[in-house]
Design a binder for this molecule. Structure first.
Ligand SMILES: Cc1ncc(COP(=O)(O)O)c(C=O)c1O
Length: 362
C-alpha cells in the first residue's frame, strides 16, 4: 500500500481502504488545534485583500520585530519562515554534507531534509517498552560523532517531552564537542503551562536552534507561518539560502492579532487538559496502550495485538475515523496508530468505536 507521507489526507486513506468517497468522516490524522482558527482571525482575513497586490517586505522587518518583542528576544535572533517545514529545510541545508543524529520515531521531514542536503544520518530510537522515554546517556555518547542533533519537543508522534535537565545536558556537551542542537517546538503551545519552552536558553547557548510553527495552534496550515530562533550569526547564515518572499503577506499582516491570542492559547490548554484526562482514563479502562503524551495527539495500540495495528486501523476507517498510520515513523513501522485529540463530540465517538472494537475482540 502506498501510504501518504503525512496526516491530513483523509480522502486518500478512505480510497486506499477501498471506501468510496465519504463526506462524513472524522479526521484524527492531522494535529491541528481542535478549537479551530480564532474567530478574530477569520474576521480579519476579509480585510487582507489589499495585501494580495503587494510584495511582502523581503526582510519581514515588522513581523520579526513583533515576534522578537513577543518572545523577549532581539530581532536579529528571529527568522520568519513558511511554516516549520521551511525552517527544517533551511537548517538541514546549513549542514550540507555533515553528520546528523535524529532521535526516532519523530517527524519524518528531518530525515527527508537531511537526505536532500546529503547529510550522513545516524539514529537513536525511543523504545515503546520504556514508554518512549528520552535515552539521554545514549544521545550524549553519540554526540561527539555528529555535527547536529535533531529533536522534537514535544515529540511528534509520541507527544512526549524531553526534560529541561536533559536538554541542558545536551547543550553543555554540544558546547564542548561542537555539536548543534536543533529543537522543533512546533507543538509547544499545547503543553501545560508549567512546562517551559526553550527560548530563554538562546542567550546562553550558541549551539541551540529552535523552530516554531504557528500553523498548529492557530489551525492555519494553509496560510503557513513559522520562525527560527537562534543567535544572530546563525540567523544570518540561514537567511542567505531563503527563497525571497517565502512567507506570504496575508499571514504576516495577521501577525499582530496572532501574537495577542494568549487567552485563546490558555483556553486551548485548559480544554485539552480536560479532554486528555477523559481520553486517557477511558483508554486505560479499555486496556489500550497509549503513549504518555502531554499534547494534542498520542500513539495508540491494542496491547492484545502485538505485531500490527493494521486491523484496528481498518476498523476505525470503516467507522469513518481517519487515524494517522505510522509506517513512515522509524521504530514504529505501522505497529501503532497516531490519533489527534479532536472536538469533544468526535472524541466521544472515537471512544465509543474503540469500545465496539474491544467488545468485538473479546
Ligand atoms: C513536528 C513538526 N514540525 C514541523 C511541522 C511543519 O509545520 P508547518 O505546517 O508549520 O510547516 C510539522 C507538521 O506536521 C510537525 O509535525
Amino acid at each position: 500500500m502506498k501510504w501518504p507521507n503525512h496526516g491530513g489526507q483523509p480522502k486518500r486513506i478512505l480510497e486506499l481502504n477501498g471506501i468510496k468517497q465519504e463526506d462524513r468522516y472524522f479526521d484524527f490524522s492531522a494535529n491541528i488545534n481542535p478549537l479551530g482558527t480564532p474567530l478574530v482571525l477569520k474576521e480579519q482575513l476579509i480585510k487582507t485583500f489589499t495585501e494580495f497586490e503587494k510584495y511582502p517586505d523581503p526582510d519581514y522587518q515588522e513581523a520579526t520585530k513583533l515576534i522578537a518583542l513577543h518572545e523577549g528576544l532581539q530581532q536579529e535572533q528571529v527568522l520568519l519562515t513558511n511554516g516549520g517545514a521551511e525552517a527544517i529545510f533551511l537548517i538541514a541545508q546549513m549542514f550540507t554534507g555533515k553528520k546528523a543524529l535524529i532521535i526516532q520515531p519523530t517527524f519524518s521531514e528531518y530525515e527527508r531534509a537531511c537526505k536532500v542536503y546529503h547529510l550522513e544520518l545516524s539514529y537513536l530510537t525511543l523504545q515503546p517498552e520504556k514508554d518512549f522515554s528520552f535515552p539521554l546517556e545514549k544521545v550524549l555518547n553519540k554526540m561527539e560523532e555528529v555535527d547536529v542533533v535533531f529533536l522534537c519537543r514535544p515529540n511528534n508522534p509520541t507527544g512526549t517531552v524531553v526534560d529541561l535537565h536533559d536538554i541542558k545536558a545536551l547543550l553543555e556537551k554540544g558546547t564542548k564537542c561542537n555539536t548543534m542542537i536543533v529543537v522543533d517546538e512546533a507543538f509547544i503551545h499545547f503543553l501545560p503551562s508549567h512546562i517551559e519552552d526553550l527560548s530563554f536558553l538562546i542567550e546562553q547557548y550558541s549551539n541551540l536552534i529552535l523552530l516554531r510553527s504557528l500553523t498548529k495552534i492557530y489551525a492555519i496550515p494553509s496560510l503557513r507561518l513559522g520562525y527560527i530562533i537562534a543567535k544572530p550569526a546563525m540567523i544570518d547564515l540561514l537567511k542567505r539560502n531563503q527563497i525571497p518572499w517565502s512567507v506570504n503577506g496575508v499571514v504576516t499582516s495577521l501577525l499582530p492579532s496572532l501574537l495577542t491570542q494568549d487567552s485563546f492559547i490558555n483556553e486551548t490548554k485548559t480544554w485539552l487538559n480536560r479532554q486528555l484526562n477523559d481520553i486517557k482514563s477511558e483508554l486505560t479502562k479499555l486496556d489500550f496502550y497509549y503513549s504518555p503524551t502531554q499534547v494534542n495527539f498520542y500513539l495508540l495500540k491494542d496491547q492484545n495485538q502485538q505485531d500490527t495495528s493494521e486491523q484496528l486501523f481498518t476498523f476505525l476507517v470503516e467507522n469513518n475515523i481517519i487515524p494517522r498510520h505510522t509506517h513512515n515513523f522509524r521504530g514504529l513501522d505501522g505497529k501503532f496508530i497516531r490519533l489527534a485529540v479532536r472536538s469533544e463530540k468526535e472524541n466521544t465517538y472515537l471512544l465509543q468505536t474503540l469500545r465496539l472494537w474491544r467488545e468485538k475482540k473479546c
